[in-house]
Write a protein that binds this ligand. Structure first.
Ligand code: NAD
Length: 620
């Protein structure tokens, strides 16, 4: 169809007035000319969906804008604004949006009168790319090295696009189109493409749900945080940067100073990188009002409590704070483990209270779990979702339980890690197996990054809540590290040690002492197959997600999968836990879980999943 458009017996032009991405830009490339409005953007996001352009984009782009530029755009999937598009010859001119149509008609008339040679444009697109052998070899060798380093083997689409272009750049349009089709078909039916397309749809579904909550709430004008530590300081910073004035209360001046210093450092980095002007840095810092008392908190619409993780302290802080608030203010807690309904017991207006669980570091992590307690009102949820969205985060509403959604499913995975080490597996081998599976870091490294003390505490809370699946029956590897005061990156020693290299950059390094520390708590060393390691860790995590869906802790597989990807770095190309079970096949997954059922309840397949397997149903 696009070829027929390109061959029409008169000149054609694309007047691009908004986003022309993927198919939209391929359509524009099929025209003889392209004019773009100053606010519009073009590009090829296909590789982000695990596919490649398939409407002639890989054929036309290198012929219109040169191989290097086309490879850069197609293999990274990034959008380009009008200025960049013009400088790389992807478009012929930029005009104000209200002049776009008029200017486009003028260009067509010029083409008809012969002032512009549209036939030459067509000829360029239907012939091989003009490159000699040497230039071609150089362009593709350099690009291959870059693509394999940046995308890696788990994301094959960029390399597939590159190989298609390499092969067809010496051909005419028809031959080249055939090569594109063959490569497109190869890549479009892979599991990775299914996962990434599914992820894109899940993202849209989650964003739509957040919008439907948020539209019921008024805009948050003032916020407050209680506790200026790692999390409170991060939340205050994020509010300030996004334009919401925020009161930051602590009990010690030192805490406030540290919170302000962190905010100022983060803003300083943005200025250094040219992302914001100095003026904006000053404005943002001015929006944070550090204080040791409650004066002014009656202005706040949303107050996030982020004091130490101790139920008694939190209850007393929340009850005390509530007395100083306007009646319809919404109070929430950033607790990672304490049930929201339990904390609500300390309050006079429990309907105005919910959980707002940010992840560390707040400015980087996209997910916020919004936790509905038994008495939380819809208005409260709507306001907190609206606030999280204004902060640039993705809120996912979940129901209350120990660990909420993300930690509740993460800890069975970590418990399986502890159990494997107890049975004699080498923790570094486990890390490597899970990294090969696609996790950004293996479980031992993850424990070090999160903080072993935090994890030991959370594991205890979850063990108490779910003793049959998460009960602790021996001194775990994690506990052994904690007992030896190895808390992970925060004190430079955990399962690994963290030492500066020659350039002063902190490096994760193996530490001989760890083996000796673990020895009294583990059986004789034993080798485990890579697939066994993956199954033993992934099955309890996936089964816990199924239980969370059964119990209505999370409303849909889409939200569950998005929460794991954004909250704990679940491998994106696998699309999340539900998608992973889908890809394996629910039946096959259940059979694998059965093989490990002797290891405990955490491997027991819930009835709902058995039924899905039997009836041949899927999560998606
Ligand atoms: P932190 O120790 O860094 O900060 C706690 C701050 O609270 C300190 O500045 C302390 O002075 C202050 N504080 C103590 N009592 C107070 C009171 N009565 N009123 C006001 N301030 C008071 O702790 P953190 O890591 O920021 O954790 C805070 C909360 O966030 C905890 O509930 C924790 O479970 C949760 N959380 C932490 C992380 C993480 O990775 N650190 C992630 C998610 C959630």
């Amino acid at each position: 169809l696009f070829n027929r458009l390109e061959d029409l017996p008169f000149p054609t032009i694309a007047a691009i007035n908004g986003f022309a991405l993927g198919g939209g830009f391929e359509l524009a490339l099929a025209c003889d000319f392209r004019l773009i409005a100053d606010k519009a953007a073009v590009g090829f996001p296909e590789v982000k969906l695990g596919i490649i352009p398939g409407y002639g984009g890989t054929v036309r782009a290198p012929r219109v804008m040169g191989v290097d530029n086309a490879l850069k755009w197609i293999c990274t999937g990034k959008h380009a604004k009008a200025g960049e598009a013009l400088s790389l010859a992807a478009v012929d001119g930029i005009v104000a949006v209200d002049k776009l149509l008029q200017s486009s008609v003028k260009m067509l008339l010029d083409a008809r009168s012969g002032e512009l040679n549209y036939q030459a444009r067509r000829a360029e697109k239907s012939q091989p790319v003009w490159l000699n052998d040497m230039e071609r070899t150089m362009a593709f060798t350099a690009a291959k090295a870059l693509v394999s380093q940046q995308a890696g083997p788990d994301y094959p689409a960029p390399m597939t696009a590159l190989k298609a272009i390499e092969k067809h750049c010496v051909m005419d349009r028809d031959g080249a189109s055939q090569v594109e089709i063959e490569h497109f078909v190869d890549i479009a039916f892979t599991d990775v493409a299914a996962s990434l397309v599914g992820l894109f749809l899940n993202e849209q579904a989650v964003a739509k749900k957040a919008r439907s909550h948020a539209k019921k709430a008024e805009k948050v004008q003032h916020a407050a945080v209680l506790g200026a530590g790692i999390m409170g300081g991060g939340i205050a910073y994020q509010s300030a940067v996004k334009g919401i004035p925020v009161l930051m209360k602590d009990v010690v001046q030192q805490g406030l100073d540290a919170g302000m210093q962190e905010a100022s450092q983060l803003l300083g980095k943005l200025v250094e990188r040219g992302k914001i002007p100095v003026k904006k840095m000053a404005e943002s810092l001015n929006r944070i009002d550090p204080t040791l008392d409650y004066a002014g908190i009656d202005r706040a619409d949303v107050i996030v409590e982020a004091v130490v993780e101790n139920p008694a302290v939190k209850k007393s802080v929340l009850a005390e704070c509530e007395k100083h608030l306007q009646d319809n203010a919404v109070l929430c807690s950033n607790t990672s483990t304490i049930r929201i309904t339990e904390l609500a017991g300390a309050l006079a207006r429990p309907e105005n209270f919910c959980g707002m669980h940010f992840f560390n570091p707040v400015h980087k992590m996209p997910l916020v779990e919004v936790i509905r307690g038994e008495q939380t009102s819809d208005e409260t949820i709507a306001r907190v979702v609206a606030y999280a969205s204004t902060l640039g985060k993705t809120p996912i509403v979940v129901n209350d339980c120990a660990g909420f959604l993300v930690n509740r499913v993460l800890f069975p995975y970590l418990a399986a890690f502890n159990q494997l080490v107890h049975e004699g597996a080498d923790f570094q081998v486990i890390d490597r197996a899970m990294e090969k599976f696609g996790w950004p870091m293996g479980p031992a490294y993850l424990l070090d990054v999160v903080g072993i003390d935090t994890c030991v505490h959370a594991a205890g809370v979850l063990a108490e809540a779910f003793p049959d699946r998460m009960g602790i029956t021996h001194t775990t590897a994690m506990q052994a590290m904690f007992d030896a005061d190895r808390l992970g990156q925060k004190n430079s020693k955990g399962f690994y040690q963290y030492v500066p290299d020659k350039r002063g950059r902190i490096q994760k390094t193996p530490d001989e002492d760890v083996g000796k520390l673990l020895q009294p708590h583990v059986n004789a060393a034993k080798d485990f197959d890579g697939q066994d390691i993956v199954d033993r860790l992934m099955i309890p995590l996936c089964l816990e997600i199924v239980r969370c869906l059964d119990e209505g802790i999370v409303a849909s597989p889409a939200e569950a999968d998005m929460a794991l990807i954004m909250g704990i770095g679940f491998p994106m190309f696998r699309g999340g836990a539900c998608r992973y079970m889908n890809t394996l096949g629910v039946n096959e997954f259940c059979q694998r879980a059965e093989e490990f059922s002797g290891l405990g309840e955490q491997y027991k397949v819930p009835d709902s999943l058995q039924a899905m397997a039997k009836e041949g149903r899927n999560f998606y």
